[in-house]
Design a protein around this ligand. Sequence first.
Ligand code: IPE
Ligand code: IPE
Ligand code: MG
Length: 309
Amino acid sequence: MAPGTPPRHIACIMDGNGRWAQQRGLERTHGHMAALAALNAVVSGALREGVEWLTLFAFSTENWSRPEGEVSFLVDSFPGHVLEREARRLQERGVRLRLLGWDDPRIPADVTDMLHGLEELTRGNTKLQVSLAFNYGGRQDVCETVRCLAAQRFPHEEITEETFARHMKLPELPDVDLLLRTGGEHRLSNFLLWHCAYAELVFLDVLWPDFRAPHFQHALELYRQRRRRFGALGPAAGTDSPGPADADPAQPPVTGHPVEPGPVSPLKLPAAIASHLGSSLLNGVKETARFAMLQLGAASVQARRPDQR
Ligand code: IPE
Ligand code: IPE
Ligand code: MG
């Protein structure tokens, strides 16, 4: 990947709403309401930077275990409020909504209908795909995929990483490049376990309702400083044959993963020449040391035989 290339897929764990509200003596639900400005900031940032996919973790399969009042707010009333406010803006900005999560009898039918309706309405948009992880869990995604393959009696010898991914909840969803979590926690909380296999993890202390454009830029800056190797070696480890990190950045790497070039030697010497030069220098130093030892030896012999001077 050429330096400065934006991540193709950013996934965002929007955490810290409850603490934001509690710090202000408010009910936790006020924190969720205050999150709308942050939502707008992350979508604007992704559009501006040319990101293709933005996945937002809105409600996890584990969040059902929160107090009834908060669950009811998050599942019954909040989605309708957000969609009513944001639907037109998403459409105007060319955003395609993708649903990542499962319909559930505990989610009111009008909410499910509204989500599917917006997915349908924005189907033709191409600027940015926003996948909304609502009632989503990474382990459930894997389990449901296995169940789907088993139900189809899919031949086990044909199960590969590619065929498996093609049967997941949202098959088009690419690997995550940048996983961003706000709120100061350093964990995945069961988010996109499969897709985050090689994600760059960025954890910010800012609480989600306070997240704005500068935080987005900061996260991108941290991402750009990372050297992604995908198990290969960086160019500093130098072999004679060019590895993926030495490859022409304009060419897609063999693995399909973007690989950034690592730090370049200021002399930019091919590995074989650099290695030869290194060994010549080393031999030169060794020779000089040997010569110096001989000189010292000769001097000490002279010193022990003053009569021969
Ligand atoms: C994340 O914020 C939003 C959801 C889980 C829906 P939290 O509600 O987890 O906020 P904190 O982590 O308790 O502050
Ligand atoms: C993760 O946040 C879920 C969402 C942001 C929707 P949580 O606040 O639920 O995660 P934990 O409980 O701290 O792991
Ligand atoms: Mg939380």
